[in-house]
Write a protein that binds this ligand. Structure first.
Ligand code: HEC
Ligand code: HEC
Ligand code: HEC
Length: 131
């Protein structure tokens, strides 16, 4: 009655299998890394720290939308004391000018679904008519 070897072997096999993706990445030399985001060359985000923006930009944008569309409040004063339009395309995309290398890159990495672009044009593609 000595199943120890068998049990140990089974355990090792199990651990090996469930960590296969890790070994695969190690072998392929591609450890998973966060996406490289293209940030504005200088300055700071006028609406919060990078941590705050990472965690809360979605609620900020949705709040802006409601304030504009329902309340008619179209402007906000940033931490830098400047007045900004509460606008996805005219404000966020003025600084974060590459949607592909910033917003989309992170949304792709995190599998976030963002439908705003169905209606709001990418400023770079629709300069002038962008909203
Ligand atoms: C079905 C179309 C549609 C979708 C989808 C949509 N919007 Fe809008 N949005 C509008 C329209 C129309 C307005 C009104 C424009 C105005 O009066 O300035 C608006 C206004 C806004 C405004 C204020 C005005 C401005 O210039 O930006 C914000 C902010 C906004 N939407 C954010 C969002 C966000 C964030 C999403 C995704 C979560 C989103 N919208 C999805 C149609 C849409
Ligand atoms: C005046 C320029 C400016 C505007 C306008 C602006 N940002 Fe930023 N944003 C920045 C800069 C610069 C950073 C780099 C981090 C920092 O603030 O130190 C940043 C950082 C961020 C980050 C964190 C990125 C990371 O992972 O490090 C997110 C998310 C973000 N912004 C989203 C937005 C959204 C959404 C809007 C519109 C509601 C917006 N920003 C408006 C300049 C701007
Ligand atoms: C650092 C990563 C990161 C960056 C950069 C980023 N996002 Fe996001 N965003 C997310 C994540 C993660 C979610 C999903 C959050 C959830 O599902 O709770 C999200 C969700 C959103 C939503 C909510 C969508 C909805 O329908 O509820 C909006 C709007 C949005 N992002 C806009 C933007 C815009 C505009 C930019 C570029 C200016 C941007 N994000 C850049 C990570 C990011």
């Amino acid at each position: 009655m000595n199943d120890r070897g068998l049990i140990l072997g089974g355990l090792l096999l199990f651990v090996g299998l469930i960590t296969l993706p890790v070994w695969y990445n190690v072998a392929a030399g591609t450890p998973s890394r966060p996406p490289e985001l293209k940030l504005p060359a200088q300055g700071k985000d006028p609406f919060g720290t990078a941590e705050y923006m990472r965690a809360s930009h979605m609620s900020l944008l949705v709040a802006w939308r409601d304030e504009v569309v329902r309340g008619g409040e179209r402007t906000v004063v940033g931490r830098d004391g400047k007045t900004y339009a509460k606008s996805l395309t005219r404000t966020c995309m003025d600084c974060h000018s590459s949607r592909a290398e910033f917003c989309d890159r992170c949304h792709g990495y995190t599998s976030a679904r963002v439908s705003c672009w169905d209606c709001h044009a990418d400023r770079r593609l629709a300069e002038g008519s962008a909203r």
